[in-house]
Design a protein around this ligand. Structure first.
Ligand SMILES: [Zn+2]
Length: 204
């Protein structure tokens, strides 16, 4: 179990709640992907009979969640996701055979196997979020600081300093090329953790 995971006992209970081995494996696989994704804080939360696993972003919004049912995982594209326009019912219908939309404008798909989760993650995984420049001159994509460290932009992941975003940094020192994450306020003076003795990178 992950250290300090919220409501940690739910994981075992919810796996036991699922009827089929294939779907139990889908649950484990999806929780593993959620655990390694730096964009979201994820945790299971029981609401009465509803076993609700939540994905919270850096703005404390919940673009996604899934409900663990006996027969399948009901994955929900919630309002912050559908309103952003990236995921419509029509797009999801091209990838899943059980797509529905409820009165609140949320779109759901049913996941029953690891293959279903893999298909989902190709749509919403970290590689699908584009990198963007920040609002300051030193956080623009392509900015290179005096230590030869290039800013690669952010994809909305919170940094480790208050109200900061995490930026991708690429070391431009010949023969290094190390890639790591840095807080926005550090970009202009960051040193490479690998070849310049800079502090360790952060998830981005
Ligand atoms: Zn380097």
């Amino acid at each position: 179990m992950l250290t300090e995971a919220r409501n940690a006992s739910h994981y075992r209970e919810w796996v036991e709640h699922i009827a089929h081995n294939e779907t139990k494996d889908a649950f484990r696989y999806l929780v593993g992907l959620a655990a390694e994704d730096p964009r979201y804080n994820c945790y299971p939360m029981r609401k009465g009979e509803v076993l609700d696993f939540r994905f919270e972003d850096a703005h404390q919004e919940q673009p996604f969640s899934f409900i663990t049912n006996k027969g399948s995982l009901l994955f929900c594209f919630r309002k912050p996701a559908t309103q952003a326009g990236h995921w419509s019912k029509e797009l999801l219908a091209d990838h899943f055979d059980s797509v529905s939309e409820n009165a609140r404008g949320e779109v759901t798909v049913r996941l029953r196997s690891i293959a279903d989760v893999q298909r989902l993650w190709r749509l919403i995984g970290p590689s699908t979020t584009p990198f963007r420049s920040g609002t300051t001159p030193t956080t623009q994509i392509g900015y290179i600081n005096p230590n030869n460290q290039r800013c690669g932009g952010n994809r909305g992941v919170a940094g480790t300093d208050h109200l900061q975003l995490a930026y991708r940094m690429d070391c431009q020192v010949p023969d290094c090329g190390h890639v790591y994450g840095a807080n926005g306020t550090d970009v202009f003076q960051r040193k490479c953790p690998y070849c310049q003795d800079g502090k360790p990178g952060i998830p981005f």
